[in-house]
Design a binder for this molecule. Structure first.
Ligand code: 9D3
Length: 253
C-alpha cells in the first residue's frame, strides 16, 4: 500500500516510518511512504505557503496554490482511487472502522494541516474525508497522519506476526486487554497472580476474560454497551461484584 503525506514537516513523517513495525513494513515492501511539501511547490522568492485570513483574526491559513500543487503531486504518485484525507481538529473522529476500510484501499493520501488550517476551497475540491484523532489540541496534523498510517499499516496482510493476528480474533474482542506479567515471579514483594502460575488453561482463560471485563466495565462502560455481554460474561462480572445493567444488551455471537 502506498501512503502519501502532504506536510510542511516531512522529517517528522520520515523519522517515524523508519522505525519499529512500520519501518519493517517499509523494508519488506508491504508499504511505501512518500511526502510532498507545499514549500517545494511555492513559486515566489520567499516560498510562501500561508497568508492572513480573510475577515481578519489571528493565525495564518495555508494558501490554495502551493498546497494544491503538492496535494496533486502526492495524489499522482498514489494509485487511482486512493482516498484523500485531511487531518483536522474539525474532522469527525477517526475510528478502527476507518482503519479497516482504508486498509483495503489501493493507497491513502494524507493532508496534515498546520496553523489555523487550509483554505476551505481546497477541502471542497480536493479532499474526500476529514478526520480528527480526538478532543485535544495539537500543533498540526502530522502526528494524526502518523496515527492513521500506523493503525492502517498493522492491518495489512503480512505486517503482524501470526500470533498477533490470532489475538485480534480472540474471545476478548471489543474489550480492554487483561493484565500481563512476566518474570520475575515476585518483584519487590509484588507477586504474579497465583492463577497464572498453575498452567491450568481453562482457569487462566476464565481469569483473563474476567479481568478484561472488569477493567472495561470500570473504565469504558460504553464499550460494554456497544458490544453486549454473553450470559457467561455477565456471570463473571457479577462474581466480581459488578451487576451489568439492562443497558448492556445480550451479546449474540
Ligand atoms: C481557534 C482554534 N484553533 C487553534 C487553537 C483551532 C486549531 C487549529 C489547528 C486547533 C488545532 C490545530 C492543529 N491540529 C490539527 O491539525 C489536528 C488535530 C488536533 O489538534 N487534535 C486532534 N486531531 C487532530 S487532526 C489535526
Amino acid at each position: 500500500m502506498n501512503f502519501e503525506v502532504v506536510t510542511l514537516f516531512p522529517d517528522i513523517i520520515r523519522a517515524y516510518v523508519a522505525t519499529g513495525m512500520v519501518g519493517r513494513a517499509v523494508e519488506r515492501g508491504l508499504i511505501a511512504v512518500g511526502t510532498s511539501d507545499p514549500r517545494d511547490h511555492a513559486v515566489d522568492v520567499h516560498r510562501t505557503v500561508d497568508d492572513r485570513p480573510y475577515g481578519g483574526g489571528p493565525g495564518m491559513v495555508l494558501k490554495m496554490e502551493p498546497l494544491r500543487t503538492a496535494l496533486r503531486a502526492a495524489a499522482g504518485r498514489a494509485p487511482a482511487g486512493s482516498p484523500r484525507v485531511y487531518l483536522s481538529a474539525q474532522g469527525r473522529r477517526f475510528t478502527q472502522e476507518d482503519a479497516r476500510r482504508w486498509s483495503t484501499a489501493p493507497g491513502l493520501v494524507l493532508l496534515a494541516g498546520r496553523y489555523e488550517g487550509v483554505d476551505q476551497r481546497l477541502l471542497e475540491t480536493e479532499i474526500d474525508d476529514e478526520v480528527s484523532i480526538g478532543d485535544y489540541v495539537l500543533t498540526g496534523g502530522e502526528l494524526p497522519a502518523l496515527v492513521v498510517l500506523d493503525a492502517v499499516t498493522r492491518l495489512l496482510p503480512g505486517v503482524l506476526g501470526d500470533a498477533d493476528s490470532a489475538v485480534q480474533e480472540s474471545f476478548s474482542d471489543g474489550l480492554l486487554d487483561w493484565p500481563h506479567y512476566t518474570r520475575p515471579e515476585v518483584f519487590e514483594g509484588r507477586a504474579v497472580p497465583e492463577v497464572l502460575l498453575g498452567g491450568h488453561h481453562a482457569t487462566i482463560r476464565r481469569w483473563r476474560l474476567q479481568q478484561a471485563l472488569l477493567l472495561t466495565a470500570q473504565r469504558r462502560p460504553d464499550l460494554l454497551v456497544a458490544r453486549g455481554l454473553t450470559a457467561e460474561e455477565r456471570r463473571l462480572l457479577a462474581e466480581a461484584g459488578i451487576e451489568a445493567g439492562l443497558d448492556v444488551p445480550v451479546r449474540r455471537l
